[in-house]
Design a protein. Structure first.
Length: 367
């Protein structure tokens, strides 16, 4: 029975609220093979993620990948797992709490929550919770700076599937991408400048490596704008840092399978730079607003081993934006620009002390 047939009766006079939903990719519930298998089964079954004939892919997925990869991936998750759980989930939950405080400080009284496209908390369950709380207007904000059909589009797909089950649908807006948003670019640049202040400025044998998540080459050939938006982010970040073209390198990580993916690939690039005599690299992942397996294990750990083994001398990973104040301000600006025209109740101004207490709670520290 469709859920809308049992939807609670509309209550006249209920206040109309606005909700903002942050959406990220997802994570297993635990760093164990069974949990990773469930997560990968949902993720890799998405036709937006793997665009090959379903019957062929179904045989590969269930006959090989889900029998081989979960145990290996679980060990990698275990290497970055925290006492609070998955790094990605921890950071996104904190971002949602801090965003609500920042929007409140700007006079926007909205509910802010987060969901994962794969795993928990799910998009349908979170949207239902926001609707039950009285939200008649919803802003969907996928945390993917650069648009891709396999990330942003599939997140919106899931939200639209939920809408099909709802009788009294809320008004919905979406954020497509923010690859060139000034606040986002400046937050990235500030994180690199702070890293340089602690670890030394670039020299003649230096590169800033900007590693974005990879996609199959056919995504570009079929019209996906992801590659172009990554190039734009990289160029704007380099300009903000005053880097010459020979001082930075854009590349793509996380290649999967035998098909050609967007190039150059990150691991071979790190190896080649070391063999060319580049002694020091700083690596940043501008496509990931929150640290996760792909940044903490693949880049911070595996990437360093690749560079050092090839003859490089110094390798530093620049952390994702996570809970940086400048990033939360940028995120609030992105949300506020898409909330324009929607009436929101202006709450009393939050004092700086109240905002600090909210931030402390979001970060898990005593207020």
């Amino acid at each position: 029975m469709p859920s809308y047939l049992t939807e609670p009766t509309y209550r006249h006079g209920s206040p109309a609220l606005t909700g903002v939903l942050l959406i990220n990719l997802g994570t297993p519930e635990a760093p164990s093979a069974p949990a990773v298998r469930r997560y990968l089964g949902e993720f890799l079954a998405d036709p937006r993620v793997v665009e090959i004939p379903r019957l062929l892919w179904w045989a590969i997925l269930h006959g090989i990948i889900l029998n081989v990869r979960p145990r290996r991936s679980a060990a990698k998750y275990a290497s970055v797992w925290t006492s609070e759980g998955s790094p990605l989930k921890v950071h996104v939950e904190r971002q949602a709490k801090l965003l609500r405080g920042r929007l409140g400080l700007a006079g926007q009284q909205v509910r802010v929550d987060y969901a994962m496209r794969y795993g928990e908390p799910s998009i349908p369950a979170t949207l239902s919770r926001l609707k039950a709380a009285g939200c008649t207007r919803l802003l969907l904000l996928p945390l993917y700076p650069q648009y891709a059909a396999s990330t942003t589009a599939t997140a919106i797909d899931a939200a639209c599937a939920w809408l099909q089950t709802v009788r009294n649908q809320p008004e919905v807006r979406t954020v497509r991408s923010f690859a060139d948003h000034p606040g986002y670019i400046e937050a990235l640049a500030a994180s690199v400048r702070e890293h340089w202040a602690s670890n030394g400025r670039p020299t003649s044998s230096y590169r800033l490596v900007m590693s974005f998540h990879g996609l199959p080459r056919y995504a570009l050939d079929r019209g996906d704008p992801y590659h172009c938006e990554c190039q734009k982010t990289g160029r704007l970040l380099a300009e903000a840092l005053g880097l010459a073209q020979e001082q930075y390198q854009i590349c793509f990580q996380s290649r999967f399978g035998r098909a050609e993916w967007l190039q150059p690939y990150t691991a071979p690039t790190l190896r080649a730079l070391a063999r060319q005599g580049v002694q020091k690299v700083d690596v940043i992942c501008p496509g990931f607003p929150a640290d996760c397996l792909e940044t903490l294990e693949e880049i911070a750990i595996e990437g360093k081993a690749t560079f050092i083994e090839a003859g490089g001398r110094e390798y530093n990973y620049v952390a994702c934006l996570n809970e940086r104040d400048d990033w939360i301000r940028a995120l609030a600006d992105i949300a506020a620009s898409h909330l324009q025209g929607w009436p929101t109740t202006t709450p009393p101004d939050l004092s700086s002390l109240e905002l600090s207490a909210l931030r402390a709670r979001a970060l898990g520290a005593p207020s």
